[in-house]
Ligand binder design. Structure first.
Ligand code: TYD
Length: 146
């Protein structure tokens, strides 16, 4: 697939094809700022050992940009920009999901042993979270009025 071919861009997410070098000795998957995530990288974290049946996320961010990569296993991400909802199954270590600010997300259906790697544009800041869906809708509708 052409590098970084966007399968969809509705201004709140993009699926990105990462550069993967494969040979008989294994794979290298490369994530570079200029071609892949583009935002300033200030934090990296990962989710692991998530029990089946658990849903993570359940919030939006005011300013944070993220790139999510299923470096092992698979999980589902539900996205919602206040107008449209989308469910994406991430199951390929060389396909990342870029999520833009003001996008509600829920992550579920983690396969056993799955690891969800997150590249983030800002360090952790609880004030950047919107944890109540009603508040998210109110804020996004206000933003869209302008
Ligand atoms: P949260 O982002 O709500 O988790 P998830 O969306 O995966 O369900 O974070 C869970 C807890 O961990 C919360 O108390 C904040 C804390 N946390 C940090 O301290 N630093 C971080 O970088 C992250 C992502 C979370």
């Amino acid at each position: 697939m052409e590098k970084n071919k966007m399968s969809k861009n509705k201004n709140y997410y993009e699926l990105l094809e990462l550069n993967k070098i494969k040979n008989e000795n294994g794979n290298i998957t490369i994530i570079e700022k200029s071609t892949d995530f583009k935002f300033n990288l200030n934090r990296v974290y990962f989710l692991s050992n998530v029990p089946s049946g658990i849903t993570r996320g359940g919030h939006a961010h005011k300013k944070l940009h993220q790139l999510i990569i299923p470096i092992n296993g698979s999980f589902d991400i539900k996205l919602d920009n206040g107008k449209e909802k989308k469910s994406i199954n991430l199951n390929n270590e060389s396909v990342g999901l870029r999520i833009y600010p003001m996008t509600w997300r829920e992550i579920s259906n983690f396969s056993p042993g799955s690891i969800c790697l997150v590249l983030a544009s800002e360090e952790y800041d609880e004030n950047d979270y919107i944890r109540k869906y009603d508040e998210f809708l109110e804020l996004i509708n206000n933003v869209n009025e302008f």
